[in-house]
Design a protein around this ligand. Structure first.
Ligand code: AP5
Ligand code: MG
Length: 223
């Protein structure tokens, strides 16, 4: 039985990390830490990190490890993470980042207790990525056909205009998938002997995907 949830969600672009993270956060109150969201906020505020990260993100390339690790470490040591546990989305993405994360988690005494690995047929991803729309203000994720807002182009939650991410195009997706297969997928080997891994069929509908995840989380909390 675990007392705090310290989770990691992995999967290629469009596999549903953000969509499932929103559901997990709502039900289990963990702190959602998405490096992609953190970089996009930094870009929109034109911070030094944002300025450094922008060209990598626009091309679909990984931002260098030292920038990314520093960003995550600064956030993980904050008190809400200690109180509520965390859900890392999009980090680590390289073996170097995984090693750095192990050092940080040892320092803050918060061991990982589950990796959720979203597996999806790559053929589904072009449609998911090209149809995605997001709210700039609250981050809610939509899809023009799978999960449309009530009013086209407008966020149901706060009425803001929806936007399309600058890296959400077929060319950028190809690069992101190649980066994932070359640098990120091998991370599972790093964790396989030390951490509980849940493989999930993320080609299914969002609620079915979430049912598998929540049933595993319930067993961690109750067994
Ligand atoms: P990041 O923002 O993490 O992008 P990503 O990994 O490419 O993943 P996405 O956010 O595109 O997809 P998702 O899995 O969250 O899918 P979503 O739920 O939105 O990173 C962006 C960039 O930042 C990177 O390319 C890199 O440059 C940089 N970066 C970030 N972290 C880094 C790191 N650690 N190191 C270095 N660089 C880093 O869903 C997608 C769409 O599908 C939505 O429209 C949704 O409605 C729909 N959908 C979701 N689930 C389903 C379902 N089950 N069925 C049907 N439709 C679904
Ligand atoms: Mg995402």
């Amino acid at each position: 039985m675990v007392s705090k949830l310290n989770l990691l969600i992995m999967g290629p672009a469009g596999s549903g990390k953000g969509t499932q993270s929103a559901k997990i956060t709502e039900d289990y109150n963990v702190v959602h830490l998405s490096t992609g969201d953190m970089f996009r906020a930094a870009i929109s505020n034109q911070t030094p990190v944002g300025v450094q990260a922008q060209s990598f993100i626009d091309q679909g390339l990984l931002v260098p490890d030292e920038i990314t690790v520093a960003l995550v470490e600064e956030r993980l040591v904050q008190s809400d993470v200690k109180e509520r546990g965390f859900l890392l989305d999009g980090f680590p993405r390289t073996i170097n980042q995984a090693e750095a994360l192990s050092t940080i988690l040892e320092k803050i005494e918060m061991p990982l207790n589950l990796i959720i690995d979203l597996k999806v047929d790559e053929k589904l991803l072009v449609d998911r990525i090209s149809g995605r729309r997001m709210c700039k203000k609250c981050g809610t994720i939509y899809h023009i056909t799978n999960n449309p807002p009530k009013v086209e182009g407008i966020c149901d939650v706060d009425g803001e205009t929806l936007y399309q991410r600058s890296d959400d195009n077929e060319e950028g997706l190809k690069v992101r998938l190649a980066e994932y297969n070359a640098s990120t997928a091998p991370i599972m080997g790093y964790y396989k002997d030390s951490t509980d891994i849940l493989d999930v069929d993320a080609s299914l509908a969002p609620d079915q995907v979430f049912a598998s995840i929540s049933s595993k989380i319930e067993s961690l909390l109750n067994d």
